[in-house]
Design a protein around this ligand. Structure first.
Ligand code: ADP
Ligand code: MG
Ligand code: MG
Length: 873
């Protein structure tokens, strides 16, 4: 028979897939001799079995659970449901990959009308006993019976008003007894039967609820956002309770071994005296900073500090630790690798290498490439920030800069985002139901809760700017407004948040660029030591080229020349060229464009200073350059001295049924060779200028788009070479250059051996290659791709993450056949996939020499390339 239950002493951290993260780490802490309350874990396999058996807990499993419960009774010397000395337990979910706040936990299970009396007598602390009981009813009802927590909060608030009490801790035994009666009546009314009192029933119902919580909507959304597979299942931990709510020498808290926001090597956390676990994270009372524990309970604090050091050394990574103190005795309830911001991740990784705790490779592998995106985006413009007016200050819960319009519900934020409006989510406190709004917002502001509140933890995980616990802000969600003093901010008003300082500003504040320095620079340099892929950027102008170089790009992998055409000064000549009736007229228009293009190339070459630059000749359908509205056509007609009707007819004629598959790319140059000729001339004249006037080196690669047939490339390569030769003669400049092609039409991949006769390099244009291989365009796929993802036809949007099986096969074929003709052929990718980590890993494996991506993704690509090299060693 399969073993479905493990005592903590039977497990270890390696057993995470079976025991879940929480269970495996509780076992591990026990193993290394730390004080962990005893308990056992029901495996993730048991959860998966539960789903396989149509949500039935099979008798074998139940028997096993009760067997381990007996052992727990022996170990603790207490009895489950025993009045004289009741064993109370927590029932805690624990998935393989931590999903903070996403799943459910019930504390103090085992209490009922009788055992509560026993507990009160035994501890000589009736207040504690009844406080625990009312908490149990609340949590059990929420998790198992589906009665929302706030209903109980409301009942408690009413009672507090009735007796004029301000804090939960002011409730006396009699108040609590009264409260419990009201709670129970409330529950009975809702479920039409009494609150379950038999401890074993309570336990089995809770286990079932934890299994069920694996598939609650917020857990599903969380897994979706974080790419966590749905079939992992959750384990359930049953653990004997320890009590932080036994008075002023008891308490509970959460601590990180290093600062999860900045990475600073200093214990960071919060605790509350006379409280139970949930109180700290729920943000109900504002907790104390962890170091204050040093004054209040100095001995326990010292012990705790040394435990945190042991844990960090043992796991060789920053730990996020939950603990409880029961009458000055310390207990550990959880440890896990702590979530951190990108900034903290980098700082810690570099520090840990310098401290000798981990190797460089480990440090590199620990940083999530996508996460560093947070660091590459603009921060507030300093000058504008200095002039902006601060309206309130809260806790700097998650760094970053956010500016947007205020909204008070998750739905409104999501709706705003759909409409292209930047939104800030403002709430009293957030709960897991707010996930969608948190994801779609620019930033989050809460008025309650500490640095480990739900809002803070989740925002840091997402790399979203968050200011939490901003007490001055009074949120009136129902009135769609918040107040600060006597000022009112309504839905739709602009505010700005600084997640580094906790300041909240009035109005919109412009943002500014970032630069690589300190630990970020170190980790990037280490990444460069390991990676074998070259990283280039897609840049169409000197400004982008400059950003790319700043972020470490080693060249330009795609310079799209058409973007240069849209400039106001040039577009008229471009249009003139398109509508010209004969070659002379076209040539005249092209002659006007040539100096502009030449100037553009000089600018880019200057920025790139000798690094390779791949210039793609004109690609989009000509129609894209023409005016469409009658009014615009009329005004162009005036400019070009043309009759409206005539011009309109030309515009109509150029319209295509399917422009993506129409007259574009190299097909333009097959019909109008003058265009590529002008572009080539502009490139080589720019090279001459760089050589003679500027004395800067250049390394140009000329790239022909949309080739599907060897002949196309043969003709156009010839054209480029002849033109280059002409300019060379005229200007007497010698320069090495390459001519190559994009591989973006499936046929090109299939006949790559022929294509390679004329191409010195292949650059995979995976945007078009994906469209043409899958047979749908990126622009039209929006209508169905969501449903395709829901039905798991695609795991990810194939335009974001390379379809390795399909499109990837074509790439492999192209490489293999291309090398048959030209073994030394240079290979790269310039589609958007060139900046996506899993696609970069694929590019590494199939032997490309470089990836090219947007300038802002260059550091992500450098890191992902290093990880690919390490992973595939
Ligand atoms: P989550 O995964 O949401 O943090 P946990 O299972 O860790 O849920 O439990 C919620 C809170 O209850 C935590 O603060 C935890 O420390 C506390 N807790 C859990 N089990 C016990 C226990 N046996 N004794 C005391 N407190 C507990
Ligand atoms: Mg926990
Ligand atoms: Mg293309």
């Amino acid at each position: 028979m399969k073993k479905l239950v493990y005592a903590f002493q039977e497990g270890s951290k390696e057993m995470k897939p079976l025991l879940g993260g929480k269970g495996a780490n509780l076992a591990e802490m026990k193993k290394i001799g730390l004080p962990v309350p005893p308990g056992f874990t029901i495996t993730t396999e048991a959860c998966n079995d539960y789903y396989k058996h149509d949500k039935v807990i099979v008798p074998d499993l139940e028997a096993s659970i009760f067997d381990y419960l007996n052992k727990l009774e022996e170990e603790t010397g207490k009895g489950f449901g025993l009045v004289e000395n009741p064993l109370l337990v927590s029932v805690r979910s624990g998935s393989v990959i931590s999903m903070p706040g996403m799943m459910d936990t019930v504390l103090n299970l085992g209490l009922n009308e009788e055992t509560v009396v026993g507990l009160a007598e035994l501890t000589e602390n009736p207040r504690f006993a009844y406080d625990s009981y009312r908490r149990f009813i609340q949590m059990f009802s929420d998790v198992v019976l589906g009665i929302h927590k706030f209903e109980f909060d409301r009942i408690m608030d009413k009672l507090k008003v009735k007796y004029k009490l301000s804090n939960d801790t002011d409730l006396t035994v009699d108040h609590l007894k009264e409260l419990i009666e009201i709670y129970k009546t409330h529950v009975e009314k809702q479920i039409r039967r009494p609150f379950p009192s038999e401890p074993k029933d309570q336990m089995m119902l809770t286990i079932r609820a934890v299994f069920d919580s694996w598939n609650n909507p917020r857990a599903i959304i969380y897994r979706d956002i974080n790419d966590i597979p749905n079939n992992l299942g959750t384990a359930v931990n049953i653990q004997s309770m320890v009590f932080g709510n036994m008075g002023e020498t008891s308490g509970t808290g959460v601590a990180f071994t290093r600062n999860p926001s900045t990475g600073e090597k200093k214990l960071f956390g919060e605790f509350l005296l006379n409280a139970q676990g949930e109180d700290v994270v729920a943000g109900i009372r504002t907790p104390n900073e962890i170091n204050e524990m040093g004054n209040l309970l100095p001995d326990v604090y010292d012990e705790f500090v040394s435990v945190t050091e042991i844990l960090e050394k043992h796991y060789r990574d920053m730990q996020d630790i939950e603990f409880t103190i029961e009458k000055k005795e310390l207990f550990l309830l959880q440890t896990r690798t702590g979530k951190r911001t990108a900034k903290a991740a980098i700082t810690m990784a570099v520090d840990m290498v310098n401290e000798g705790l981990v190797e460089k490779e480990t440090a590199i592998m620990r940083i999530e490439p996508e996460q560093i995106d947070q660091l590459l985006h603009p921060t507030f413009d300093r000058k504008a920030l200095a002039e902006a007016s601060v309206i309130a200050k809260g806790l700097p819960a998650s760094p970053g800069a956010a500016t947007g319009k205020v909204f008070f519900t998750s739905e409104k934020v999501a709706e705003a985002k759909e409409n292209g409006i930047k939104a800030i989510l403002v709430r009293t406190e957030t709960s897991p139901e707010d996930i969608e709004g948190m994801v779609t917002s620019e930033g989050i502001l809460t008025s309650r809760g500490g640095m480990t509140s739900h809002a803070a933890v989740v925002a840091r995980g997402m790399g979203k700017c968050c200011v939490a616990g901003c007490g001055e802000v009074r949120v009136e969600e129902y009135n769609k407004q918040f107040k600060v003093g006597n000022r009112i901010f309504k839905e739709g008003d602009y505010i700005s948040l600084d997640g580094n300082t906790g300041k909240v500003y009035e109005g919109e504040i412009p943002t500014q660029e970032v630069k690589l320095s300190g630990s970020f620079k170190d980790i990037m340099e280490w990444a460069d030591e390991y990676r074998t892929l070259v990283v280039r950027a897609n840049a169409d102008n000197p400004r982008d080229a400059k950003v790319a170089v700043k972020f470490g790009a080693e060249g330009i992998g795609l310079c799209r020349t058409e973007h240069m055409f849209f400039d106001e000064e040039r577009i008229t000549s471009v249009r003139e060229m398109i509508i010209s009736k004969d070659i002379d007229q076209r040539q005249a228009a092209l002659d006007k464009l040539l100096p502009f293009q030449r100037e553009d190339f000089v600018g880019i070459f200057e920025e790139m200073n000798g690094r390779p630059v791949t210039i793609r000749l004109l690609d989009p359908p000509l129609h894209e350059f023409l005016p469409h509205s009658d009014e615009d056509i009329r005004s162009l007609g005036k400019e070009l001295n043309m009759d409206y009707a005539e011009l309109k007819a030309i515009v109509e004629e150029l319209k295509e049924f399917n422009p993506m598959l129409g007259h574009r790319g190299c097909r333009l140059a097959i019909t109008f060779p003058e265009i590529y000729k002008m572009q080539t001339r502009a490139i080589f004249e720019a090279i001459a200028i760089c050589a003679y006037e500027k004395d800067i080196p250049v390394d140009p690669e000329i790239m022909i788009p949309l080739v599907g047939h060897e002949k196309e490339l043969e003709i156009l390569t010839h054209l480029v070479k002849v033109t280059a030769e002409e300019v060379r003669e005229e200007k007497r400049v010698v320069v090495n250059y390459k001519v190559g092609t994009m591989i973006e039409v499936p046929r090109a991949a299939l006949v790559a051996d022929d294509i390679a006769k004329h191409a010195e390099f292949f650059s995979f244009g995976t945007n078009d290659l994906t469209q043409m291989t899958l047979g749908f365009s990126r622009d039209d796929s929006g209508k169905f791709i969501g449903e395709y993802r829901n039905k798991e036809i695609f795991e990810k949007d194939p335009f974001e993450r390379l379809d390795q099986k399909g499109v990837g096969s074509l790439m492999k074929i192209a490489i293999e056949r291309g090398r048959m003709t030209r073994p030394e052929i240079k290979l790269g990718i310039c589609g958007e996939h060139g900046g996506e980590p899993s696609s970069i890993d694929f590019c590494h494996r199939i032997g490309l020499q470089y990836v090219s991506c947007s300038p802002y993704r260059v550091p992500i690509a450098r890191l992902a390339a290093a990880q690919a090299a390490i992973r595939n060693k």
